[in-house]
Design a protein around this ligand. Structure first.
Ligand code: LMG
Ligand code: NDP
Ligand code: PMR
Length: 393
């Protein structure tokens, strides 16, 4: 058994410090799964540092790592997969976490910015103790992304699938807000934070011996101008990326990727184009060499999630019936979670470089991206600029 010192820092947001009990702090680290390890007799000593933080020396069960098949009563069975889902504290992320956890085949690492919200959400969704862990990740801070990666590696778990799901949407914002690193918030969280996370965790995906390793990034219909939904103003468009190249600062450059005036709804849709282009560039750069599956998807219009929290109340009231009865694009959180869980785990969905969508009978198919969302020269340029902004180049 390898004895590893694990630090609590990535598992707790600074704003939560001092407000939560030790019990919560402990579960904040590796969640219920850690307690399960404790129960099963594995060593989990709790130490206190000079600053009073709880630091754990975690003994990691070696058979859990790097073993493709475990032997159970002579039968070969696939070990539990480990999936990291960002923004699993609500909506699609939570529904997917639940769908995967209840199969018993997956351990879900819920990478969330608000630990208490995530723990409460997991409990009220009925997720079994031990089927998930919660680790702190605030995508609005590149430091937090790096700390998350460090903390995840300290946990000793392998990484088999990463789902870049978290997002924010600010349709009523009149002025931009910014990430800790000074980038416009929607693109900063939805694209740049995930861009760094995915690039760092690629190394971990490469090391996994799981039969099908996947990196999944959420896209959307509203970023695709080859659809009706993608033509509802304001339309997405990255232009020549001059605002992004200038650092999306709103000071020396525009806060918008295309260099235009700030528009919160457009910034979200632009970030979704970035997500879909990033998936394709990952595919182009790494699929052949690594065998990892890179995919994106439009899970349907999940009109009831927290994504619309900042929209006006009238919109929130009318949007679900509008999608249910008029566009018929509505999908429940539960159904969308099943869809994404399939993209994570279905043995038939290993094709890489694909943008999945579902038809009315809930059968999934490979969808066509708009011209801009499949522009390979733009994908490459986006990659190069993004790498600079997140400190990878
Ligand atoms: C913007 O307004 C806001 O300005 C912005 O701040 C942000 O909030 C953004 O996306 C979020 O929205 C969008 C606004 C403008 O749309 C509206 O929501 C206005 C509602 C108008 C009501 C229409 C009546 C519909 C009846 C439904 C009754 C139920 C009500 C439910 C309401 C919930 C939804 C609000 O949008 C417009 O300008 C209106 C026109 C939009 C039509 C766009 C369609 C363009 C089609 C172009 C064809 C393209 C061809 C596509 C080819 C496809 C080929 C496969
Ligand atoms: P929700 O708002 O319900 O979920 C978004 C999640 O992202 C929440 O858990 C939220 O955390 C988290 N999040 C937001 N900001 C950060 C941050 N800075 N750091 C870490 N986590 C953060 O929205 P949905 O479930 O609807 O959206 C999930 C994904 O699905 C998004 O990528 C969205 O673009 C995509 N999608 C959604 C559609 C829909 O119709 N709803 C349609 C197409 C795509 P917290 O709980 O703390 O707020
Ligand atoms: Mg849209 C025709 C089908 C269709 C679909 C599938 C969606 C999905 N929407 C459709 C049509 C329309 N929408 C039409 C005709 C209108 C004008 C009335 C319309 C309006 C509208 C608004 C104002 N729709 C919206 C908004 C939002 O604020 C949402 C958004 O753009 O968020 C970025 C949204 C959405 N419509 C969708 C989906 C999936 C969204 C959620 C956003 C996303 O995650 O991409």
């Amino acid at each position: 058994m390898a004895l590893q010192a694990s630090f609590l820092l990535p598992a707790l947001s600074a704003r939560k410090e001092g407000k939560v009990s030790n019990v919560v702090k402990e579960s904040a680290f590796l969640g219920a799964s850690l307690r399960e390890q404790h129960k099963s007799g594995l060593l989990v000593p709790v130490l206190r540092t000079q600053r009073g933080l709880v630091v754990k020396a975690v003994s990691v069960a070696e058979p859990a790592q790097g073993v493709r098949e475990a032997s159970l009563q002579g039968k070969k069975v696939l070990r539990q997969g480990v999936v990291v889902i960002t923004g699993a504290s609500s909506g699609l992320g939570l529904a997917t976490a639940k769908a995967l956890a209840e199969t018993g085949k997956w351990h879900v690492v819920m990478a969330c910015r608000d630990f208490l919200k995530a723990e409460t959400a997991a409990k009220s969704a009925g997720m079994a103790k031990g089927s998930y862990s919660i680790m702190h990740l605030d995508l609005a801070s590149l430091d937090s992304v790096r700390q998350f990666v460090h903390g995840f590696r300290q946990s000793g778990r392998p990484l088999d699938v990463l789902v870049c799901n978290a997002a924010i949407y600010r349709p009523t914002a009149r002025t931009p807000t910014y990430t800790a690193d000074g980038y416009e918030m929607s693109v900063g969280v939805n694209h740049l934070g995930h861009f760094l996370l995915a690039n760092l965790l690629l190394e971990d995906l490469k090391k996994s011996d799981y039969p099908s390793r996947r990196l999944i990034i959420l896209g959307s219909i509203t970023g695709n101008s080859n659809t009706l939904a993608g033509n509802v103003p304001p339309k997405a468009g990255l232009g020549d990326l001059r605002g992004l190249a200038g650092g999306l600062s709103g000071m020396t450059s525009s806060a918008m990727i295309d260099g235009g005036d700030f528009d919160g709804a457009k910034a979200y849709k632009d970030s979704k184009i970035c997500n879909m282009l990033t998936m394709q560039e990952f595919h182009k750069r790494f699929h052949e060499e690594t065998g990892i599956t890179f995919a994106s998807l439009y899970p349907g219009c999940i009109a009831t999630t927290g994504l619309f929290r900042e929209h006006i109340p009238l919109f929130r009231l009318l949007f679900p019936p509008f999608q249910k009865f008029i566009t018929k694009g509505f999908v429940s959180e539960e159904e969308s979670g099943k869809r994404l869980a399939k993209v994570v785990s279905d043995p038939s969905l290993t094709k890489s470089g694909v943008y999945w969508s579902w038809n009315k009978d809930s059968a999934c198919f490979e969808n066509q991206l708009s011209q801009e969302a499949s522009d390979s020269a733009k994908a490459q340029k986006l990659w190069e600029i993004s790498a600079k902004l997140v400190g990878l180049a």
